[in-house]
Design a protein around this ligand. Structure first.
Ligand SMILES: *Cc1c(COP(=O)(O)O)cnc(C)c1O
Length: 365
C-alpha cells in the first residue's frame, strides 16, 4: 500500500497525542484520572460560553457561517487589524496547515527550531517542504542561526512565541534583530497559542505591530488554551490582506463549526472570567515551581517560564516515568518523541491536581 500513498505521507511518523482521560481509566481500571498533558485550561470555558453553546445547539441543522462574520468582527476589533486580514481555522493547527498549503511548492524550505512544536514539522513534511531545523540554544531559539539558515528557497519560518515544549519566547530585541533586513519573500509565522500567558511580560515581542507596520508575518492564536475550548477546535491567524486571501483560498469552506464560532465570541466577551483563571494559574505555577525546586537534590530540574506548562527534567527515562505516573492516574507528556528522553512536560492544573502530581512524582523518583 505504501507505494500507492502520497509520497510525503509515508515520511510522517504518526503524531502521538496525550492520552485521553477515558482511555487511561479503561486501560488501567482507574476511577480518578487527571490530565496534565496537553496544556488545557483545567477550569473549562466560562459559564457564559456554555450558555452560548446551548443556544447555538438549536441551529445545528444549518451549516456554519463559512466567513465567521461575528467572530471576525470581534477579533479584528481586539487585534486592531482589518477583518479581511484574518483567517479562521479548526484550531490554530489548521492555520499552520493553511499557510503551508498556500505557499509551499515541493522542495521549498521551512525553517524551524528543534525541538519545537511537532505540528510544524509534520505539516511541513506533508506539504512537501524541506525542513531546516536549528537546534535550540539551551531552551531558547537561536534566531541568529535561524536567520542565517534563510535562503532564496525559504518560504516560512516558524517561531513559537512562546514555544512548546520549551515554554520560552524570543525577546522583543531578538525579534527586532531577526526581522531587520529579512527578505519580504519570507513569511515569519509567529505561533502565539500561549499569547495570553505572555502578553504582560516586558520583553515580549509585539508581533501585531510588525504586521501593522507592513512586515510579512502571520500571527496565529487559539481558543484551545486559556479559553478552555480545545474540544471545539477554533483558532485564527492575522496576516497581510494578500497572505490572508491566499490562505483563505486554501481553506475548506465550513472549517469552523457554528458551536465553535458562538463559543469563541462569548469567550472574547467574558475577559473577566479568563483574567481570573490566568491569575490563578500563575499562582499555581509559582507554587509548583517552588515545590519542584525542593526536589533538586533528587535530580529534578526545570526552567521557569510564563506559560501554563513546565518542562521538567529528571534522572529517570521519561518512557518509564510517564507510564509510572499514568498508573497513579496522572497523565503527563512523555517528551521522548521530541528527543528529550529525560523530560516530561506537565500542565498547570487545579491546586488539587498539582498536589496529586507532586505526590506521585515524589513517589516515583
Ligand atoms: C496547543 C498549541 C497550538 C494550537 O492548538 P490548536 O488547538 O490547534 O489551536 C499551536 N501551537 C502550539 C505551540 C501549541 O502548544
Amino acid at each position: 500500500m505504501k507505494t500507492l500513498a502520497n509520497k510525503f505521507v509515508t515520511g510522517i511518523k504518526p503524531y502521538v497525542p496525550g492520552k485521553p482521560i477515558e482511555e487511561v481509566k479503561r486501560e488501567f481500571g482507574l476511577k480518578n484520572v487527571i490530565k496534565l498533558a496537553s496544556n488545557e485550561n483545567p477550569y473549562g470555558p466560562s459559564p457564559k460560553v456554555l450558555k452560548a453553546i446551548s443556544a447555538c445547539a438549536k441551529t445545528l441543522n444549518r451549516y456554519p457561517d463559512g466567513a465567521c462574520f461575528e467572530l471576525r468582527q470581534e477579533v479584528a476589533k481586539r487585534l486592531k487589524v482589518g477583518a479581511d486580514q484574518l483567517v479562521f481555522g479548526c484550531g490554530s493547527d489548521e492555520v499552520i496547515v493553511l499557510a503551508l498549503r498556500a505557499f509551499i511548492n515541493e522542495g521549498d524550505e521551512v525553517v524551524m527550531a528543534k525541538p519545537s512544536f511537532l505540528v510544524y514539522s509534520l505539516a511541513s513534511t506533508l506539504a512537501g517542504a524541506k525542513l531546516v531545523q536549528i537546534p535550540l540554544n539551551g531552551l531558547r531559539y537561536d534566531l541568529v542561526a535561524m536567520k542565517k539558515a534563510v535562503t532564496p528557497r525559504t518560504k516560512i519560518v516558524f517561531i513559537g512565541n512562546p514555544d512548546n515544549p520549551s515554554g520560552q519566547y524570543p525577546t522583543k530585541d531578538e525579534v527586532a534583530v531577526f526581522m531587520k533586513d529579512l527578505p519580504e519573500s519570507v513569511i515569519v509565522f509567529f505561533d502565539e497559542a500561549y499569547f495570553e500567558f505572555a502578553a504582560k511580560e516586558k520583553d515580549y515581542p509585539d508581533t501585531l505591530a510588525l504586521l501593522r507596520a507592513g512586515r510579512n508575518v502571520v500571527v496565529a492564536r487559539t481558543f484551545s488554551k486559556i479559553y478552555g475550548l480545545a474540544g471545539l477546535r477554533v483558532g485564527y491567524g492575522a496576516a497581510s490582506l494578500e497572505v490572508a486571501d491566499l490562505m483563505n483560498r486554501a481553506r475548506e469552506p465550513f472549517n469552523v463549526t457554528s458551536l465553535a464560532q458562538a463559543a469563541a465570541v462569548a469567550a472574547l466577551k467574558d475577559s473577566a472570567y479568563y483574567q481570573k483563571i490566568l491569575k490563578q494559574l500563575g499562582r499555581e505555577r509559582d507554587l509548583l515551581c517552588k515545590e519542584l525546586e525542593m526536589l533538586a537534590a533528587k535530580g529534578v530540574s526545570f526552567s521557569k517560564g510564563c506559560t501554563n506548562f513546565i518542562q521538567v527534567r529528571t534522572l529517570i527515562d521519561s518512557r518509564a516515568l510517564s507510564p509510572a505516573l499514568i498508573k497513579k492516574g496522572i497523565i503527563v507528556r512523555d517528551m521522548s518523541a521530541w528527543g528529550l528522553s529525560n523530560y516530561i512536560r506537565v500542565t498547570i492544573g487545579t491546586p488539587a491536581e498539582n498536589k496529586k502530581f507532586l505526590k506521585a512524582l515524589k513517589e516515583s523518583l
